[in-house]
Write a protein that binds this ligand. Structure first.
Ligand SMILES: [Zn+2]
Length: 410
């Protein structure tokens, strides 16, 4: 009886200490949430529980593992299109929508945050803007089934500010928002009104809050259709978030004032701030001087990374004051014909204690318009050399290491 009592004492102490730890930890979480001024959507963790567990344990091996986990990885890629020529080829070959990502899923899922530009709505609607053959535009959409591929690849942060997301009018956009909302994927750049389109998207991983604002310079274009449509969102109109122009200057130039205000408003609520820009010259490796000026302003206003897209080709990367400016990430998966439009990079940004410590680019190529494949050795050479040259023109320090480009960030 007495012996049993003696064994019980250390057991009770252990339980009390553990309860204390859990109480303090929960207190920390509540405090953090109270200070948050923006809507935070916590992602479903896809990693094994052992890696995300924050409860302290006395074993030295476990604390080592915890230390490694302190680094946060953001992975980013360019335009995603699973419709049109990609979709029809997959159907012909009786392949599902996970096939395009089979060889890159492991690389993508290494990210805590995995970004892509969703270049077209996910919808089964059929009423679209006027197609190219009828004198309109290229009209794009993803089958609803294509969403399986996006989930499989691991994307959890998507840009919707672009020139195709309303190709099937607001109904196509609403279907997309619905699917993303249900899946818990964080997005921004388009919404049911201007406030939603411009809202800050926040994704929190390992206690680090990553925020994103998205804009496109294509929001003022009036597209042919029944009715014709301008994509810009307004107070009572669904649409995309505009990268504003200053029309008082001839020719009109990008106006950074509205974006600067947005950045200042949200800066203190997140640890890392991404600005996603759907902009620039299509089918070109050239970055315009106006884009460079604008990007510098945005970084000076408080952004940590600029992720550009739209030109369909992967342009040079600039490191400005230690912050990466990716002018255009090209096509990640698309059905265009030119070899340059089938080449891009998977970008890996690594943050330690919320500071960028490593930044590198892994070359990939879309093969037969259906699958993205990492490139190594001889097949990677032309891609790596071109990107090194384009980035050096923007004064970036970059070196080749194991078939990837490593950028100097300090
Ligand atoms: Zn575009």
């Amino acid at each position: 009886m007495r012996k049993g009592f003696l064994i019980l004492i250390p057991l009770v102490i252990c339980v009390a200490v553990l309860a204390g730890f859990i109480f303090i930890y929960n207190l920390g979480i509540t405090k953090e949430n109270e200070h948050s001024t923006v809507a935070v959507i916590k992602q479903e963790e896809t990693k094994p529980r052992s890696q995300i567990n924050v409860v302290t344990t006395p074993k030295p091996e476990a604390s080592k593992e915890l230390k490694r986990d302190e680094s946060l990885k953001i992975v980013a890629v360019g335009d995603i299109l699973l419709g049109r020529g990609v979709g029809s080829r997959l159907k012909e070959q009786k392949k599902d929508f996970t096939y395009p990502f089979k060889q890159v899923a492991d690389l993508l899922r290494k990210g805590d945050v995995i970004f892509g530009n969703l270049e077209e709505p996910i919808t089964d609607k059929t009423h679209s803007l006027t197609g190219i053959k009828e004198g309109g535009k290229w009209v794009l959409k993803n089958d609803v089934a294509a969403f399986e591929g996006i989930k499989y690849a691991g994307f959890n942060l998507l840009n919707l500010a672009n020139n195709h997301i309303l190709d099937y009018y607001e109904d196509g956009l609403f279907d997309t928002l619905d699917i993303l909302d249900k899946s818990g994927i964080v997005y921004t750049g388009a919404g049911k009104n201007i406030d939603q389109a411009r809202k800050l998207a926040v994704i929190e991983k390992k206690g680090v809050k990553v925020g994103m604002l998205s804009y496109t310079d294509m929001s003022e274009v009036l597209y042919k259709g029944n009715p014709p449509l301008r994509f810009k969102a307004e107070n009572n109109k669904a649409g995309v978030s505009p990268l504003e122009y200053d029309f008082s200057i001839k020719p009109a130039k990008y106006d950074y004032k509205a974006m600067e205000q947005d950045i200042k408003k949200v800066r203190s609520s997140v640890d890392i701030l991404i600005v996603s820009l759907h902009w620039g010259q299509e089918e070109s490796f050239d970055v315009l001087p106006e884009q460079i000026n604008f990007a510098h302003h945005i970084i000076d206003s408080g952004a940590d990374i600029i992720l550009g897209h739209h030109p369909h080709q992967f342009q040079g990367i600039e490191i400005y004051k230690g912050k990466p400016i990716v002018y255009s990430m090209g096509n990640f998966i698309f059905d265009q014909n030119d070899p340059e439009n089938q080449e891009s990079f998977i970008l890996e940004f690594e943050y330690n204690n919320k500071k960028l410590s490593d930044f590198s680019a892994i070359p990939v190529r879309t093969i037969q318009k259906t699958q993205v494949v990492p490139q190594t050795g001889k097949s990677a050479e032309s891609l790596l050399n071109r990107e090194m040259e384009l980035s050096k023109k923007l004064s970036s320090e970059c070196t080749l290491k194991n078939d990837r480009i490593v950028f100097g960030v300090n």
